[in-house]
Design a protein around this ligand. Sequence first.
Ligand code: KG4
Ligand code: ZN
Length: 366
Amino acid sequence: MIVLGIETSCDETGLALYDTSPWEAGKPAAQGILGQALHSQIQMHQEFGGVVPELASRDHIRRIIPLLNQALKDSNCAAEAIDAIAYTEGPGLAGALLVGTAFANALGVALKRPLIGIHHLEGHLLSPLLSNTSKDEAPAFPFVALLVSGGHTQLMKVSGVGDYALLGETLDDAAGEAFDKTAKLLGLDYPGGAALSKLAVLGRAGRFDLPRPMLHSGDLDFSFAGLKTAVLTQVKKQMATAPTLDDAFRADLARSFVDAVVQVLVRKASQAIELHECRDLVLAGGVGANQQLRNALNLQAQQHSFRVHYPPLDLCTDNGVMIAFAGALRLLKEKHGGQVLNRPLSDGSFDVKPRWNLSATDSIEN
Ligand code: KG4
Ligand code: ZN
């Protein structure tokens, strides 16, 4: 079965084709990736310091057909080879989601193929299965997923495809949002997560005593707004004495910020593993590309005898492959008697879910 995946929830247009045969034959999931095409709008939004929803939708419209053609070419497939179409139905920007959803539905009607609406975070949290490892080395259900993206910071227990329980989440800013806001304060372009991480490598540890929000809260929730405020306080203090932020100050503050975020994320993820008696932790979402976080999780995993899994670096941020893969796993589940999430309404109408709770995914009515 070949599944087309379409991702347009925010500022990346991603299309990809995934073949379920290697996975069904017990081979590594990565072998099913036939090809993909991806366009990032980051540059377009940079001058506005954040994503402009209207511009995002228009750009998805402009790109989506050429990207489908490119993904088909990359996969060496004709459109008729597609057996099912998976698309991000939510959460995300309503206008952006509508572009991918409308396109998927039109294609489904034209090709007479079934449609599967995918939760964006489900794409992220299943993506670590796509690393090119044998099934023995791959994460096994139930596992704990630490989802850290620009919009979300959540710990989930994943007991199977479609079987997700929320263990804890941020009460205010997402980790990626905190990265981006701190990066902005230090004069880095949007989205500054990756650049801030690079800057932190040059910094000295421990110069700034930043808070570790909710480290000892006793639950698995997070909070990052206070940390961002603490960074702002340090920046204001420095600006009061000097007209610009010098390189050492910026790098040292970046280092203290990254160390604080990483410590909280690692501690809570490790607690979740212990509490829920899981053996595997998967890291997913854009902040999952962060090297300091990966290093710290590796160390923690070694010391506490659990395994940690990452998506391939290029699949950490938004892409069409993870949506095609999530759709493929949903279809396989249906084939084996499970229920597939969404079917198009019989009258041919469709909708999107800009706000959508993943742990309630299966109970949501269409
Ligand atoms: O998952 P994603 O691509 O989009 C959302 O669904 O939000 O995540 C984007 C977020 C941004 O906040 C970006 O700054 C952050 O991931 N990010 C990073 C790194 N690479 C991307 N944050 C820290 N370190 C990185 N290396
Ligand atoms: Zn994402």
